[in-house]
Design a protein around this ligand. Structure first.
Ligand SMILES: *[C@@H]1O[C@H](CO)[C@@H](O)[C@H](O)[C@H]1NC(C)=O
Ligand SMILES: *[C@@H]1O[C@H](CO)[C@@H](O)[C@H](O)[C@H]1NC(C)=O
Length: 185
């Protein structure tokens, strides 16, 4: 009898954990099928990725929960005119020099422009740097002309200008992707 009770208590705890997990986790909102970029489309400078024909890409409207120490993947982007970031930044409709520390956040973290022009602190490579949020890294769509035939952004991306990579003193040969943490500055 005793073991019966503790068994059901254990089952209850497991169910509770599963339920909490379901509420908290960020699941894909859909998927899109890659199309081959038309000739001359998809700027592959600075490690940008191009959609592959027939490959499925997950889309997300949410990002992992923001804490005081949110895990993310740092990527490289140019926010200059003619850079691989495409048009001007969503927050201020301006281009930004590669020498200013600016970032784009995945859709969920961008939070419908709520973090626009706010500063965040990035922790990586044993250093930290403050950067201003100026743009969205779109996790909800991709593989079309609007997104330069690049896949949708994963939901855990801080897409940063060269200045950020320099400030973190990441050797240039390692630029591209780096595991980092960020917090609101
Ligand atoms: C992107 O690539 C181009 C050409 O290789 C280079 O001139 C430019 O500085 C790069 N931009 C960044 C942000 O690294
Ligand atoms: C963000 O940092 C920049 C550069 O240090 C500063 O000019 C700006 O006022 C800061 N923005 C906010 C909202 O604190």
């Amino acid at each position: 009898m005793k073991s019966h009770i503790s068994n059901s208590a254990v089952s209850f705890l497991i169910l509770l954990l599963l339920a909490t997990n379901l509420v908290e986790s960020c699941k894909p909102s859909g998927r899109i099928r890659g199309k081959k970029p038309p000739p001359g489309e998809c700027n592959q400078e600075n490690y940008s990725d191009c959609c592959k024909k027939g490959k499925f890409y997950k889309t997300y409207k949410c990002s992992p929960k923001v804490t005081g120490h949110t895990k993310a993947v740092l990527t490289l982007n140019s926010f200059e005119k003619g850079g691989d970031g495409g048009g001007p930044s969503e927050c201020d409709n301006q281009y930004h020099s590669d020498n200013t520390p600016v970032v784009a956040l995945s859709t969920g973290w961008f939070n419908k422009m709520q973090r626009c022009l706010q500063n965040i602190t990035l922790y990586g490579n044993g250093r930290s740097v403050n950067a201003m949020v100026v743009d969205e890294c779109d996790s909800t769509a991709g593989c079309d002309a609007d997104h330069d035939y690049q896949p949708p952004c994963p939901n855990n991306i801080v897409d940063a200008s060269k200045a950020v990579w320099k400030a973190l003193k990441v050797p240039k040969s390692d630029w591209g992707e780096l595991d980092i943490y960020w917090s609101e500055a």
